[in-house]
Each structure stands twice: as C-alpha cells, then as structure tokens.
Design a protein around this ligand. Sequence first.
Ligand SMILES: Cc1cc2nc3c(=O)[nH]c(=O)nc-3n(C[C@H](O)[C@H](O)[C@H](O)COP(=O)(O)O)c2cc1C
Length: 338
Amino acid sequence: MTSYDISKSYDWNYDQAPAEPPRVTESPVPGSWDFCGIPVASPLGVPAGPLLNGRWIRYYAALGFDVLTYKTVRSRYRACYDLPNLLPVKAEPLQGEGSTLRAAAFGDSWAISFGMPSKDPSEWRADVEATRRSLPPGKVLVVSVVASPEPGWTIDDVARDFALCARWAVEAGADVVEPNLSCPNVCTQEADLYLSPEASGQIAAAVRDAVGKIPVALKTGLFGHREQAAAVIAAVAPHANAVSSTNSITARVEGEFGGLRRGIGGACITARCLAELRMLGEIVRASPAGLRLIGVGGVSNARDVRDRLAAGAHHVQIATAAMLDPTVGLRIREELAR
Ligand SMILES: Cc1cc2nc3c(=O)[nH]c(=O)nc-3n(C[C@H](O)[C@H](O)[C@H](O)COP(=O)(O)O)c2cc1C
C-alpha cells in the first residue's frame, strides 16, 4: 500500500500520489448512514489533510472510506511550510491545549505543520472537477476551504473570501463544502475564527448564500468552555448543516517550529476529542436547529468509531491513523460488520 512519506515535502507527496486505486473488497457496514443528508454506505470518512489531490482521494475511496475531504484550498496559491510537516511526538493523552511535547523518531501521534498550502485556484478547481467525475457513485466529495486574509481585511472581507472559495468548490462539483474555521498551524487571522460566534456566524451565512442548498460543514477546534461552544453553535446553526470537531489539539514541541504551537493529531488526542464531542452532542441535542456533528480526532479503530457515534456524531473521520495505515478503514469495516 502507498502511504504519505513524512520525510518528503508536501509537493513531493502531491506529485507521488498513487496512480491507480487498489482493487479490494470492502465489508458492508450494517445500518443506514448518511453524510449531511446524502446517503452513504458507512459512517467512515477522511477529513481535510491526508488527501492532497484527486489521486489521493480516489485511492482512499477504494480503501473503505465513503466521505473524502479535499485538503483545504484557498482563493490564491500558498506555499507549504518547510519540513518537518509531520513530526512524531512522545505524548501521554492530552487533556487540553498548552502542553509542551518532545519529538520522537516514530509513533501514533504527531505535530502537524503545513500552514494550509494551496495550489492555484485554476489547478485545484480543475482537479476537483476531474475528481468528482471519476469518483464512483455513492462516494461523497467534500472540499475544505479557508480565507487568505491580507493586512487590513475586515471580517466582511474574510467572509467574502470563504464564500468565493466555497462557490468555486461547488461549481467544480463538491457535494459538501467545509469552511475551516480553525487552523492551529497558522498565526494569521484565519487561525481561530471558530472562537468568535460573530465571525463564525458571518462566515457561515456568507458561505450559505454562495452555495445555495449544498450542505455546509464547519470545522472547529477545541472550545475553552461549554458556554463558548454553545454561543458558536447558536450563531452558525441557522446557516450550516454540520460541525466537524475536533481539528487537533495544540501544543508546542521542544526545540521545534520556532517555539510556536502546532496542532497534534493521532492517538494522544482520542480521549479529549471524544469528551469535546460529547459536550457538543449535549449542546446540539438541546438546540432546535438539527445541526449534525462529525467526529474527528484520534479515531483509529471500531471502538473509537462506536464511541463517537454514541457521543452524538452522525459520521466519523480519520486522518493520522489512515496515513499511518491506509488499510485502517477496511479493518474498521470488518470489525463493524461482525
Ligand atoms: C497531514 C495532515 C494535514 C492536515 N491538513 C488539514 C487541512 O488542510 N485542513 C483542516 O481542516 N485540517 C487539516 N488537518 C487536521 C485533520 O483534518 C484532523 O482534524 C486532525 O488531524 C485530527 O484527526 P486525527 O487525530 O485523525 O489526525 C490535517 C491533518 C493531517 C494529519
């Protein structure tokens, strides 16, 4: 099986995407599933990140995942940060943000440091179009989008840039758009938008206007407390279909990344992301809006999937574990089928 090579650059991995999807048999998952109202065969997907382009998407679509998210794109070209983009860390289960971790040679958790690169819109729009055309029916294509604020931009400008990317994604064939309101690895204005109910609500409304009836899922990071989460949920619920949580947990890594925080993904965030989802589940159940939840963060086996569904997720997504072992989706399906 081909997997992402963490010793090589984002561009190298973009170019070395598997040419052909593998031919494997996927176990059927008992139950009836949908993603934001679109019928699918399982509750399994890959969130924004591992799938750099259409070839990576087609590859994972053949490996047991029914919802495939195109790595976050922008309204302009943006280069990737220098290596390391994925740095394994030694970590006990993280309880929240603000830890300082040590780098490790390998492991099941890592610091993520890409800076949300994007190919030029002419390139990603053509690739999204070709991807949708070549994906088998029943597979859902989500496109993750983000704004690229310039100095002096107001929140109106930011919302307009989100909406432009979302419109382009839908014109190219995205089944669902996912505005990313949380990127722990960038230090500019787009990093922690999800913490502001006003900004989140305004962006969700602008994207809704731009995409019509196409489902909108908002990606969020860890909330500081329940009231903050409840205020954001209330602000976005009139405009969005789903919230995807959690976009990693931030930490510093000793001697790395110039002392700046990075998002941590993988096994060490499993418990904290499950707790976050439970809290969001309670908030969403108490609200009349019918917002859906997508469970992300530290999922690596069938038990994790069942835990997220029981906590209130209607769908579950796997990044780190699916990069470390591209067959994880097939294994989870077998376990869910038993
Ligand atoms: C290689 C990689 C790149 C990522 N890039 C993005 C991104 O572009 N946009 C985004 O919203 N999240 C991005 N993420 C975060 C994942 O979508 C996910 O929220 C996070 O990794 C936690 O899930 P995990 O524990 O299964 O890795 C990235 C994660 C990884 C591992």
